[in-house]
Design a protein around this ligand. Structure first.
Ligand SMILES: Cc1cc2nc3c(=O)[nH]c(=O)nc-3n(C[C@H](O)[C@H](O)[C@H](O)COP(=O)(O)OP(=O)(O)OC[C@H]3O[C@@H](n4cnc5c(N)ncnc54)[C@H](O)[C@@H]3O)c2cc1C
Length: 497
């Protein structure tokens, strides 16, 4: 790597952390504590020019690059041993909210919680993820599923343009009219493949006038089959204002405050409208408890900020996001929160149920019920399946309108295992549990969501019919020469006619 590389990089970028020095050990941490990776240097860039210089200097000295905004890539591929990590977390401002054009310019390293808060203060929202510490940098490029997706689409569907630093270090604006292929590719093609994005311009949507309810309904194990089958049948029929997830967990119900199945979500509308739909979900079983929370105009962001007290079963707890408080119902040895920014070891894997033939859901649900009914709780982990609702505005686009392919699916299935100690001797069992449970659904499912990435799944599963165009875009943009990691998209040269 050499003295010259260091000298040039330190001259170009104000804040760097070199292996073994200063705060390096803290700065190198990523969200998944299963991976303890040691890059040679982390460059905390504060401008597109600094990013550009990093790319040029790394290329000159033959140093591999990884890109990181929030560090949430589930397989740790935003980092690696011996590389230069270009970190965008210092580029964390909303640069502009233009009410006339209904647009906001947001830097790649802005935490979602801050995006929600600041846009919420101005009376606007973008549909993004359900976890506060995730950053748009990676989220958008994988598509981005979140609380308002059925109403407003995936995060990437709300993108107007982006500023991208390419493999040569050139800074360019990409949009539907400029560098169209790149703009198409970054909307679902997965982060780290096409360049370094420093900022995004999004369409913003006015928050509903009166309320933005968040709700959660908890059911016990006797209701598992009834509620699960009811949820899968009902959800696609409900209005787009409602985006939900259903979590099925392995929990020990002999201990109080455990719930085998819960449905949570957010309604983009008034309390009255929300109550009607939530009542349909409540009626799927006999709830152990439920909650529907209303907030005043412009305060919806408080739900995501832990400031609104939520009463569940007569107890008060604070809300952060759906995923966050879900953990409080699980194994007390495991992390109490997915979303508080602390790194925890975990494994996820995802797939989409096939939309046809009709009996697919019935047969698939039989397998899922067997996976969870009366199973023994893990001693140190939370093991569960999240079923995220799709449809609505997500399905308004075609599978090749953006690089996110699976527009016709009604749900994303995500198996998850979270535990607290990276040296936990059961860690491998938890990883295997996730992998095996997804494989058991192979007859009924296809594809996988790149944001819920699992290295065991071949790349073709993530991109379906869009893989070839993504490969061509990688080739044409020369990005593969510089942005190359274990699961990057292989470049495809043009056909020889
Ligand atoms: C706790 C948790 C909750 C999550 N919740 C959701 C959710 O609700 N919805 C959802 O869709 N996903 C969710 N995810 C998945 C998450 O969206 C993806 O992991 C996403 O890629 C994270 O982006 P990041 O910038 O935070 O992470 P990073 O690890 O920094 O980035 C992820 C990928 O994108 C690349 N990348 C990052 N920044 C840039 C950039 N500026 N330019 C180019 N490439 C870049 C990285 O190299 C890496 O390959 C969650 C993940 C976790 C760990």
């Amino acid at each position: 790597m050499g003295v010259n590389f260091r000298e040039e990089l330190d001259k170009a970028v104000a804040t760097t952390y070199w292996e073994g020095e200063g705060e390096y050990n803290t700065k190198k941490e990523i969200c998944n504590a299963r991976f303890d990776l040691c890059p040679a240097v982390l460059a905390y860039c504060e401008s597109a020019t600094e990013v550009s210089d990093c790319i040029k200097i790394a290329t000159k000295y033959g140093v591999d690059i990884r890109v990181r905004s929030g560090g949430h890539q589930h397989e740790g591929m935003c980092s690696a041993n011996g590389v230069l990590v270009i970190d965008l977390s210092s580029m964390n401002q909303i640069l502009d909210i233009n009410e006339e054009k209904q647009e906001a310019t947001i830097q790649a390293g802005k935490k979602l919680i801050e995006v929600y808060n600041e846009l919420g203060d101005a009376g606007y929202v973008i549909p993004a993820g359900g976890c506060e510490s995730v950053r748009p940098g990676g989220l958008v490029q994988g598509g981005g599923w979140g609380p308002w997706s059925r109403k407003l689409g995936l995060t990437c569907d709300n993108l107007i343009s982006a500023t991208l630093v390419d493999a040569q270090g050139d800074i360019k604006t990409i949009s539907a009219t400029e560098h169209k292929d790149l703009f198409w590719a970054i909307r679902g093609g997965g982060g780290g493949n096409f360049g370094v994005i420093t900022e995004y311009v999004f369409t913003i949507t006015k928050l509903p006038e009166h309320v933005m309810p968040f709700f959660s309904i908890y059911f016990g194990k006797d209701d598992l089959e009834k509620v699960l089958r009811g949820y899968i049948a009902l959800m696609p029929e409900l209005e787009n204002e409602l985006t939900t997830f259903c979590r099925v967990s392995i929990v020990d119900e002999d201990r109080p405050d455990r719930s085998t199945i819960m449905i949570g979500g957010q309604y983009f509308g008034t309390e009255e409208q929300a109550q009607k739909s939530v009542e349909k979900l409540r009626a799927l079983g006999t709830p152990l408890s439920h909650n529907i929370e209303m907030v005043a105009p412009g305060e919806a962001h408080l739900l995501a900020n832990g400031k609104v007290p939520l009463s569940v079963s007569g107890r008060s707890r604070s809300v952060i996001t759906p995923q966050t408080f879900l953990f409080q119902l699980g194994n007390k040895e495991a992390p109490s929160s997915t979303c508080n920014g602390n790194p925890y070891p975990h494994k996820v894997s995802s797939t989409f149920p096939n939309p046809e033939p009709k009996h697919v859901y019935n047969d698939m649900l039989g397998v899922i019920i067997d996976q969870f009914q009366d199973k023994e709780e893990a001693s140190t982990a939370n093991l569960y399946l999240s079923i995220h609702s799709m449809g609505g505005a997500i399905a308004d686009k075609h599978s090749d309108d953006t690089a996110f392919y699976f527009r016709d699916r009604h749900f994303i299935l995500q198996y998850q295992a979270w535990w607290s100690d990276k040296d936990d001797p059961n860690g491998k069992d938890y990883v295997d549990w996730v992998i095996e449970r997804r494989k058991e659904l192979a007859d009924y499912t296809s594809g996988s969501f790149i944001n819920f990435v699992d290295r065991e799944i071949p790349l073709s599963e993530y991109y379906g019919g869009n893989l070839t165009r993504l490969g061509r875009t990688r080739y044409d943009s020369h990005s593969a020469k510089v942005f190359d990691f274990e699961m990057s998209i292989p470049p495809i040269p043009p056909f020889d006619d």
